[in-house]
Ligand binder design. Structure first.
Ligand code: UDP
Length: 361
């Protein structure tokens, strides 16, 4: 079986790493499986792309479509045009897409129109929020996927509700957590650890990049000022996403506790999360990682497509207002960590399950 694997953005790189390892393991066992890795070039900054390939030992892509940034339509269109040519020149039996970025949807459409089977890893998750570009990518991708690999039973149930045949839905666990388990003994402190006098439990991690939090400069500033005051002497390490950085531009903020740092590589970032007091974020992936590491996570969104991080894990859904965050954070300081568990099958073996299932097709 010839599989073309698509990756375009930071969270994709983290998800494909263990899938490639699982394929290579099968190749060593002399299974008839090969892969071609296509990087669409959606994320191209060194610290959002190359660093992840190096740290996670992901092989150099066979092809880089180099689409770079653009509006939603420009980027999606550019990926489709470039991937159509790539796929015609390099036919395969299956295109495997992960997550919910524009590359996921664009490449699924192109593959399907060439009558090539599509596998979607992280299928079926839904926020119900159609203002999120990712939700549209999820719905479109799942409407043409052949093999659905899910991270939770609720994702599988969503797919059943949409009319997907049960035999095509495979609840396998979470590839992002495979990567976490494969690298936990390699994580290390960033260079600024001593300079900023960081110690286990004496700082908060903050990440913000979703349009609902960062696109309006004044509300972003208000949010940052509110978090800075709320931190009450605890340092807040803020690896700033290029999108958020572009919006803040040269704005001079008078912040006492928030320290801006570059987006972190995976190994430094996991070290920072694992040793933090708490995390404030609008990321979906981070709410999964904090769940597994037992770190309290406050999600600055009105909804989540990963409900198990709330019901089983450490995630608290805050909404986007600073007042709610202050209230929920104060409750946490008063009551301490709540008891949390790890969702079913988030055991580091999802990628192997996926490849085993695909090889039976
Ligand atoms: N991440 C990282 N360095 C950072 C911020 C995030 O390695 O400075 C990792 C994070 O741990 C998670 C992934 O990038 O594994 C999530 O990316 P992002 O928040 O961009 O995407 P989302 O999860 O919201 O789709």
């Amino acid at each position: 079986m010839k599989i073309t694997i698509i990756a375009g953005a930071r969270p994709n790189f983290i998800k494909i790493a263990p899938i490639i390892k699982a394929i290579e393991k099968k190749q060593n066992e002399e299974s008839n499986v090969s892969y071609r890795l296509v990087h669409t070039g959606q994320h191209y900054d060194k610290n959002l792309s190359d660093t992840f390939f190096e740290e996670l030992n992901i092989p150099k892509p066979n092809s880089n479509l180099e689409v770079k940034s653009g509006s939603q339509a420009e980027q999606t269109g550019a990926i489709m045009v470039a991937f159509e040519k790539e796929l015609l020149q390099n036919p395969c039996d299956l295109v495997l897409v992960v997550g919910d970025v524009n590359s996921t949807m664009a490449c699924a459409i192109v593959a399907k129109k060439q009558n090539i089977k599509v596998a979607h890893v992280e299928a079926g998750i839904r926020s119900g929020d159609m203002t999120m570009p990712e939700e549209i990518n999820r719905i479109v991708t799942d409407s043409i996927t052949d093999y659905f690999f899910t991270t939770s039973t609720s994702a599988s149930e969503n797919l059943l509700k949409y009319g997907v045949e049960a035999t095509n839905i495979h609840f396998v666990g979470n590839v992002m957590i495979d990567t976490l388990y494969q690298n936990l003994n390699r994580i290390f402190e960033p260079l600024f650890w001593n300079e900023y006098q960081l110690k286990t439990g004496n700082y908060i991690i903050l990440t913000l990049h979703r349009p609902s939090n960062v696109d309006e400069e004044q509300s972003l500033i208000q949010l940052l000022e509110g978090i800075d005051t709320m931190a009450d002497g605890k340092k807040v390490i803020f690896p700033i996403h290029p999108r958020t950085k572009a919006i803040l531009g040269e704005t001079n903020l008078m912040l006492k506790n928030i320290l801006f740092v570059e987006p972190q590589g995976y190994l430094n970032f996991m070290y920072l999360i694992k040793n933090s007091f708490a995390v404030i974020t609008d990321s979906g992936g981070i709410s999964e990682e904090t769940t597994v590491m037992g770190i309290p996570c406050f999600t600055m969104r009105n909804n989540t497509e990963r409900p198990e991080t709330q019901t089983i894990g450490t995630n608290t859904l805050v909404g986007t207002s600073i007042e709610n965050l202050e209230k929920l954070f104060a409750d946490f300081i008063k009551n301490g960590k709540r008891k949390a568990g790890i969702p079913e099958l988030w055991d580091g073996k999802a990628s192997e399950r996926i490849i085993d299932i695909l090889l039976q097709k």
